[in-house]
Design a protein around this ligand. Structure first.
Ligand code: F6R
Length: 242
């Protein structure tokens, strides 16, 4: 595990965007695993800026997003499809056929999960996976559990996750209670993983996940076992670990 100690949110985002940019330049047909949420927003802004400056080309890039709310369609403003197009895909030259996000409207759960895993395999796996971290240590939407989940599956969101995500919805009742998510095994199979963590509110989970035991009760702790994992964390989030 490598740790990059960033000064602040901007520095964290710049470090992450530089790693993603190097990956794209080194392998123009890279397969990227992407995340939603507040944390990667500035990283995406840097990637868009560098694309617009002519420094980055996404035409051969393939992407797989970590998760999608169950029941929400692509057109729903709260869906992760919508988020990704709004914050990244609509601003770069990625080929729409190369974008993969679980289909929240597919009620055939088994088929959706198998399809997603197969698409990742067919793309020859994920070269670089970008992750955020929930306050409870969830990665994707792999919530704390007694066991590490394996492949893509449908998950019941924890109350704390519903509370954390309600800021994006009009009312708490509107927050979906379930989500499709890549599993821990899917994530751990990525050849390289970077996780971004920023802000005081995440200082406890940084300590638990990366300076404590590896346990499914803190899903992010499993990343300690990955052979090419980089944590990019800002000063506030790292403050209990100095
Ligand atoms: C999003 C995802 C989640 C978030 C996590 C942190 O695709 O998989 O695990 O990364 O909930 O969210 P933020 O960045 O909003 O604190």
């Amino acid at each position: 595990m490598r740790i990059i100690k960033a000064t602040d949110y901007n520095d964290m985002s710049l470090n992450a965007a530089e790693i993603i940019s190097e990956q794209i330049k080194y392998k123009p047909n890279s397969v990227l695993g992407l995340a939603t949420g507040s944390t990667p927003l500035k990283t995406y802004k840097y990637l868009i800026e560098w694309y617009k400056n002519g420094d980055l080309d996404f035409s051969k890039i393939t992407t797989f997003n970590l998760d999608e709310y169950y029941g929400l369609s692509k057109l729903d403003k709260q869906s992760y499809h919508y988020f990704m197009f709004d914050n990244l895909f609509s601003h770069i030259n990625i080929n729409n056929d190369n974008i993969h996000i679980p289909d929240g409207t597919n009620k055939d759960v088994e088929q959706e999960c198998l399809n997603y895993e197969k698409a990742i395999l067919d793309a020859d796996g994920i070269d670089l996976q970008l992750l955020g971290c929930g306050h409870n240590g969830h990665i994707g939407f792999n919530e704390p559990n007694e066991v590490f989940y394996t492949n893509t599956h449908l998950v019941n969101l924890e109350e704390s996750t519903i509370q954390a995500n309600k800021r994006f919805f009009e009312t708490e009742e509107d927050v979906p209670r379930q989500s499709y998510t890549m599993g821990i095994k899917t994530i751990m199979q990525a050849r390289k993983i970077i996780m971004l963590i920023s802000g005081e509110g995440k200082k406890e989970i940084v300590k638990k996940a990366f300076f404590g035991p590896i346990t499914p009760k803190v899903p992010a702790s499993v990343l300690q076992l990955h052979r090419d994992f980089t944590l990019i964390v800002d000063k506030d989030a790292f403050s209990l670990c100095e």
